[in-house]
Design a protein around this ligand. Sequence first.
Ligand code: MOS
Length: 716
Amino acid sequence: MTARLDGPEKVTGRAKYGADHNPPGTVHGYLVLSTISNGEIEDVDVTAAEAAPGVLAVYTPMRSFPLNTPESPVLGATWVPLQDREINHWGQPIGFVVAETFEQARHAAGLVRVSYLERPALTSFEDGLDAAEPSGRDDEVVLAEGIESIEDAIAASPVVVRATYRTAGQNHAAMEPHSAVASWENGELTVRSGSQSTSMQANELAIALGLDVSKVHAINPYVGGAFGGKGRTATPAFLAAAASRELGRPVKAALTREQVFTATAGRAATLQTITLGAERDGRLVALRHDSVCTTDIERSFVEPTSHATSAEWYATPNMAVSQKVVPLNVPKTTFMRAPGEAPGSFALESAIDELAVELGADPIELRRRNNSAAPPGKDLQWSSKHLDECFDVGAREFGWADRSPNGRTEGDWQVGMGVATAMFPALRFPAEVEIRLGADGAVVVSTSGADPGTGLLTVMSSVAAESLDIPQERVTPRLGDSAFPEGGMSGGSTATASVGTAIMAAAAEVTDALLALATERGAPFAGEEVGYADGRIFGEGRSMTFGELLRELGRESLAVTGSSAPGEELDKHSFSSFGAQFAEVKVHSRTREVRVSRMLGVFDAGRIINPQAARSQIVGGMIWGISAALHEDLEIEGNGRTANGDLAGYLVPVNADVPDVGVRFVQYPDTLHNSVGAKGLGEIGTVGAAAAVANAVHNATGVRVRRTPITIEHLL
Ligand code: MOS
């Protein structure tokens, strides 16, 4: 196992994130945000701001720069600031003040006077429910032969559980707030801004600014957390790039923590009704899941809870899922770790637990009964599924056999255990990687993809070393630069499978090319049978390292670009990572506070390339599950203002909230999915985790809380 290659840089502070860059002459921008939730800007008075010390420019919708709206198949449309006077949520970027120093820009931003034509705003999910709209995603329905409707199947079920669950909106709270430093030289733009894909960011900026993509250089080797919140290019990058073009100076734009809450995007709140019909032995007869989620007025994102869970997870002959949206005057919604699965699994896995209680069945046994060989109604079987083993290993290690259906008490504490299933689809994107073999024996592997803390950089060097049969120390991985071959994105838990497969393809190609060079007329192995192993070319009776060969041929290096893309495997199997989440909670009998006392997650994510990085991904996800279950709640006031838009009011777990979190992997490389055998584990760690906590709360107290976050008042 290799420790993180970027670890020393990060812990010593040598790693430079986007806003750490200060090209000579850098000036600073500060955002102005709206203070109404719906309406139009009537006028902006910038007189005082423009006259303030150090101010270079005040951009508003009245005096702006034109930006086009980027649109891509993966991300959809990305909002660009300052293009019209429309306000549709509180805290929307409506101005950008650029000054010589950050303090001068911030001071002047406070002098900008805005008058509005205000319209009534719809900010409450509850108030908007009656007017929920189609999401644009078709309902999915599977019915057994002879069954006319899902309700008929439910009516014919011996046992029925029907319940409605709510999950709170969440804000992206990555350690690195969204920021950008932009500079121009000879009509070409360089942007340093944390993102999940430098190539996608370069594309979005090129579209927005009307440039050929070859004129945009996005660089971000270090990203301080992303989780879906740095998929789409954020407002600071557009503003810094456009202002820098106008001013002829490098411009830095960095959001404050408070601004991140409204000037970027977060996770929708959801309301989900689940109906389970089952035989008395627990086998599902029918599964119905109807979801509604919030979204912003521009409908930036639909949180696909029903489609991502109930349409995929369990064997059931009858299934129906639907998804609606409620557009509100609230900050934008977007991808957040396990979009769909995270809140969807809270509802589905709580409902399965409710069914277990109703049947008097063990919750693990009930899940086993409904284990599926393929998604409901689909012909393509899972390529590799070891979910039962995850539950076996977890139950043994967690001491599940000691669980009583009514919990137990320990002094003043009620103690309970809960479980949940976790699933996240195994996906990959097309990716390209360059491998360069040097005459000095060193290897450089490059791709434009990003490492937002996932460990991708280290994974790249491992896979390259293994594929080239050389020690890892000889490999230098490089990423986070749009000048490198297009490496897909760190999103959808795809990066290892996408980039790793491309590295294997590139390694095979570069060794072929090497052997061809070795056997050319006049080359050291001309006319011989040759092979490659251990970093060497083996001929008839002797061998040379690739460095020796390249030197002998008078070459400095040999480079090839290899690529890989999802292909015919998609017609043969369904692909998913799987896991079993275990939680133990203690609920105080008088104060009713909930403490998570133990957690264990056991995952089938195919081959684990780097156990340390993998564990850290999963631990982060499981802690986020505690956070969703007990802490996070993006509270929007009636007027649309975020009531808790900072890390004082918006609760996330601190160390004292986080118990021992155990992680185990059952390792079955899935080479039906890709040649690396890795199925992806960035997101699955958080899936089911909140439900496991809620199910443990029920086991401890007998109280079923059908909403997140679970707080003291729900347990009185
Ligand atoms: Mo993720 S929500 O695909 O970064």
